[in-house]
Design a protein around this ligand. Structure first.
Ligand SMILES: [Zn+2]
Length: 280
C-alpha cells in the first residue's frame, strides 16, 4: 500500500501555485453572510438578494444607478480643501487630504453633477463616506451650495444623497458654517418653488442631519440606514435612560415622523421619477 502513504510530510505547494478563485467574483453579505456572484449583486443595485442588506456605496455607483446611461456633467470636480486652521492630529491636515485623494481617487467627500434621470433634468449631489468619513468641510458645503445655484439657474430639481459622520473636525468652525450656507441656499430653492429631495443613506449623522439632510421637501431613506444626530452612547449618558429598540434606524425615524418614506435602492430611480413628475 505504499502508493497510499504520503511520502513527504506536510503539503508543499508554493503559494503562487495554489489555485484559488480570483478576487472579486463573489460578494459576501456582511449581514446574512451569504454569498452572491458580484455580477448579480451589481444587477441588484448592490443590495443582498437574500436579506436585502443595502451595501454602502459611493457617488460613482449612485450616479450610475440614477443618471440615464451614466451620462452626466460633473460640477466643480477639482475643488479641494485648504487648511485654514493649520490643523494637525496624528497627521497634518493637508497630508491627510493628499493621502485620501490618492487612496480614493476622490477630491472631497461630495460629488455634484447634472444630467437626465428618466429624461427629467436633475442636479444630484452625492456624498462619499470613503473620504474622511463623509465629513462636511468647506469643500462639501461650497460644492452643495454651487450645485443648488445651478439648479436655481436652470430651474431644475435638486437631489441630495447624504452619507456622513458629520462636520469635519479639521476645519472646526468653518465646517459648522456650511450648515448655515447650505440651508440658506435651500431656502432660495424653496422660494423658487423648485423641488428638493433629500435621500439619507447609511449612515447620516451629526451636522449633516442637522442641516441639509433634513430640509427636503421630501426626506427619504434607504432601508435600515442609521440616521441620527449624536451617537446612542452620548444620548444615553445625557438623558440617563435606556434607548428604545431600533433607535436611530430609518424605520424608527419614519415611525416618529422625521421621514416621508423608505425606498429600496432597486426602486430608487423610478420612485424619484414619479415623485418629481408629480411635483412639477
Ligand atoms: Zn444578506
Amino acid at each position: 500500500m505504499s502508493w497510499f502513504i504520503r511520502k513527504e510530510k506536510g503539503i508543499n505547494t508554493p503559494t503562487e501555485m495554489k489555485r484559488e478563485a480570483p478576487d472579486g467574483l463573489w460578494y459576501q453579505c456582511p449581514q446574512c453572510k451569504k454569498i452572491t456572484p458580484t455580477r448579480e449583486h451589481k444587477l441588484n443595485a448592490y443590495t443582498c438578494p437574500h436579506c436585502n442588506y443595502h451595501d454602502k456605496v459611493g457617488s460613482e455607483i449612485y450616479f450610475e444607478l440614477l443618471f440615464d446611461d451614466n451620462k452626466f456633467t460633473e460640477l466643480d470636480a477639482n475643488l479641494t480643501s485648504g487648511d485654514p486652521l493649520k490643523f494637525v492630529d496624528t497627521k497634518a491636515y493637508p497630508d491627510r487630504v493628499k493621502a485620501t485623494i490618492q487612496k480614493t481617487g476622490l477630491k472631497d467627500a461630495v460629488r455634484t453633477g447634472y444630467g437626465k434621470m428618466n429624461d427629467l433634468d436633475i442636479v444630484i449631489a452625492c456624498m462619499d463616506f470613503s473620504f474622511i468619513g463623509g465629513s462636511m468641510g468647506s469643500v462639501v458645503g461650497e460644492k452643495i451650495a454651487r450645485a443648488i445655484n445651478y439648479a436655481l439657474k436652470k430651474k431644475i430639481p435638486f437631489l441630495m444623497i447624504s452619507k456622513s459622520g458629520g462636520a469635519r473636525m479639521m476645519e472646526a468652525g468653518f465646517s459648522l458654517m456650511q450648515m448655515a450656507k447650505t440651508s440658506a441656499r435651500l431656502a432660495l430653492l424653496s422660494e423658487a418653488k423648485l423641488p428638493y429631495i433629500s435621500l439619507l443613506t447609511d449612515p447620516t449623522t451629526g451636522g449633516v442631519t442637522a442641516s441639509y439632510a433634513m430640509l427636503g421637501d421630501f426626506n427619504i431613506s434607504e432601508p435600515e440606514a442609521l440616521i441620527g444626530f449624536a451617537g446612542p452612547r452620548v444620548i444615553r449618558e445625557t438623558i440617563g435612560k435606556d434607548l428604545p429598540k431600533g433607535f436611530q434606524s430609518a424605520e424608527f425615524v419614519l415611525e416618529h415622523g422625521f421621514l416621508d418614506f423608505i425606498v429600496d435602492r432597486k426602486d430608487l430611480k423610478d420612485k424619484l421619477t414619479s415623485l418629481l413628475t408629480m411635483l412639477s
